[in-house]
Design a binder for this molecule. Structure first.
Ligand code: M6R
Length: 614
């Protein structure tokens, strides 16, 4: 949440900072701001609204300087106003200090009260402004020394950067719980809260660790630990292609990412299917076979869409590996103290690798001595680095706030893990070989599934005005129902609920009327007849019904078509892979409904791509 971009080098900073903010805008987009230094003067511009508003403002009122910091905000303290936008200023006789900050300063109100009692005037309602005033109050021309003195006063999380005319041509930055990376260029350096913002500038990056501070100039940078000692670091190469972050031929990132799923699923499987042994192979689990065989329980912990993938994982692990599984919201798991025995493996599932609750859940699990793994997309993210081992999704950057390709890649990785664990326990080589065959067919099947786009758009046209919608499914289709409802509500603002279809008669059926459509997930499978009965119950009460059904089985297809008002057919796949093909029409439905309702599909209101606050 929120994005930071900084630059120091020979070029004009303003266009570089604005471009960096555009790349980071998916992390927060309610206001943006920029500070540059030129001729020992500090220039600040900030604006409520999108980065585009700030860019317009700068076109009317440009600023010079080849050093600067910038920020795109997702409000935590105080509304989205020009004043609350970062950078915040700490006025000082040694020159004003401009600060940008991601994270939350939890003790800001006590700090603010103390500073106000000393006569310091606050302009904004933000927690960040206390950092600027605390720095200024140190009255120290050495900004690094000032920063080191105030860090122990701050409780909470931060990725922050500061500049001041008195401190010369340098940016100082610090990290605790909110990511920051340094981009290494030729005679220039960058600072960013997300490596993807550096694409096009440099492929060399250095991750800052918690409790580290750094000083960055055009020619050099130094990193210090909490005891003020200079530390060594490794420079890593980013291998993302710059086209990964373009929309290409698509009008929105979300639509592009939906269409990338054939490729992203293939990338998740690349090099991981072992035909000879009829199993899957993973390079980075860091667990020996003995530990894996001993595992008596798996806890999957995640938030949002990743949590829904976790429920699919629960069913997969139980079916194929016969291991008891629990799926926990990371935000609950981090504060619970459930009795967990030593042979439990905890797996955090996350696209961004930066979700604050998931990171805290992983840390809590490590603290208690459990082997703690991650299924993660963003290479080098906090969760990827802190986990004992894990599996990368290799889905490429997911920019649309609504998670799509990450979900299908997570399900594929979980299916491969179920195969891997199953083959260590009870799965025969024939069963293993069949699973590999099923998995390998997926990329082509996803391409075929995407052909439902036009039919789904017509559905969205018909139902776009609805205020409420229900999503129903059982077994493997239950988490898909949850995911379909989440997609719809987060980008179209239509109220939607997902339920296990049979739960409906325990309350939600009271919502059914002519104005409340239900989407039933009715692919071929073990609970087909049961779900059809639930569908009939809704029809009997006048509720419009849309069914997502399997191609290929004429009897079932006729049965569904004669009951539902509309049917979308998807390719027939084994039951455990149905979440991948059935979620696609739901992703497309949410996309088209949002578009028809005039919503900003890639940047829905009140949301941000990675939720780095609690
Ligand atoms: O990056 P993560 O997978 O940890 O993010 C978890 C959720 O914040 C995320 O899935 C969120 O629910 C998406 N907006 C859903 O589309």
């Amino acid at each position: 949440m929120c994005g930071i971009f900084g630059y120091v080098g020979p070029r004009q900073a303003e266009p570089i900072l604005i471009e960096g903010l555009r790349r980071l805008e998916y992390r927060g987009y309610d206001s943006a701001g920029i500070a540059t230094l030129s001729d020992s003067k500090l220039f600040i511009r900030k604006k409520a609204g999108r980065v585009q508003e700030l860019a317009r403002h700068l076109a009317d009122d440009p600023i010079l300087g080849s050093l600067g910091i910038s920020h795109t905000r997702w409000a935590t303290h105080g509304g989205a106003t020009d004043t609350n936008a970062h950078p915040h200023l700490g006025p000082s006789s040694h020159g004003d200090i401009a600060v940008v900050h991601n994270g939350v300063i939890e003790n800001y109100s006590a700090l603010k009260r103390d500073l106000q009692n000393e006569g310091i005037k606050f302009l904004s309602e933000t927690d960040t402004e206390v950092i600027a005033h605390l720095l200024a109050r140190q009255n120290d021309p050495d900004l690094l020394a000032a920063l080191r003195r105030i860090i122990p006063m701050l409780k909470g999380t931060y990725g922050m950067a500061a500049v001041s005319p008195r401190h010369g041509e340098r940016i100082i930055a610090a990290r605790l719980g909110s990511p920051l990376v340094i981009g290494v260029g030729e005679g220039e350096h960058f600072l960013a809260s997300d490596p993807s913002a550096l694409i096009g500038h440099t492929s060399k990056i250095v991750y800052l660790k918690d409790h580290q501070v750094c000083v960055i100039t055009a020619d050099d940078f130094h990193i210090y630990d909490a005891s003020h000692s200079r530390v060594s670091f490794s420079v890593q190469n980013i291998d993302w292609k710059s086209t990964d972050t373009d929309k290409g031929e698509f009008p929105h990132y979300m639509l592009k990412e939906i269409h990338e799923q054939s490729e992203s699923v293939a990338n998740a499987m690349r090099g991981r299917l072992d035909h000879e042994n009829a199993t899957a192979v993973f390079g980075g689990l860091n667990l020996d076979p003995r530990q894996l065989r001993k595992a008596e329980r798996i806890i999957l912990t995640a938030c949002g869409t990743s949590y829904h993938a976790g429920i699919v994982g629960e069913y997969l692990f139980e079916e194929f590996a016969r291991i008891p599984v629990e799926v926990e919201y990371a935000s609950e798991f981090r504060y619970r103290n459930p009795p967990i025995d030593q042979d439990t493996i905890v797996i955090a599932i996350t696209q961004s690798g930066e979700t604050a609750d998931t990171l805290a859940a992983l840390r809590e699990s490590k603290r208690k001595g459990h082997r703690s793994l991650a299924i993660c997309n963003v290479v080098g993210s906090s969760i990827a680095r802190e986990a004992d081992g894990g599996v990368y999704l290799h889905a490429g950057p997911e920019v649309g706030v609504a998670s799509t390709k990450a979900f299908t890649s997570q399900v594929v990785v979980l299916a491969m893990l179920a195969l891997f664990l199953g083959r260590m326990r009870n799965l025969s080589s024939l069963q293993g070989a069949k699973m590999i065959e099923d998995l390998q067919a997926l990329p082509e099947i996803i391409k075929k599934t995407l052909r439902c786009n036009d039919a789904v758009r017509q559905l969205a046209e018909k139902y776009q005005q609805t205020s409420n919608m229900l999503f129903m499914g059982r077994q493997y289709m239950y988490p898909v129902a949850l995911e379909g409802a989440l997609k719809l509500k987060e980008i179209s603002y239509i109220h939607a609920e997902g339920y296990p279809a049979a739960e409906m008669k325990h309350g939600p059926i009271a919502l059914v009327d002519k104005q409340t459509p239900s989407i039933f997930l009715t692919p071929r499978g073990s609970v087909f007849d049961k779900v059809m009965s639930n569908l009939e119950e809704v029809k009997a009460r006048g509720g419009p019904v849309i069914a997502i059904a399997s191609e290929g089985d004429a009897r079932a297809a006729d049965h569904v078509a004669s009951r539902a008002d509309e049917v979308i057919f998807v390719p027939d796949v084994p039951e455990y892979l149905q979440p991948i093909v059935t979620v696609i029409p739901l992703q497309l439905f949410a996309y088209h409904a949002a578009l028809l309702r005039g919503c900003d599909v890639d940047k829905p209101r009140n949301l941000a791509k990675s939720v780095t606050v609690e």
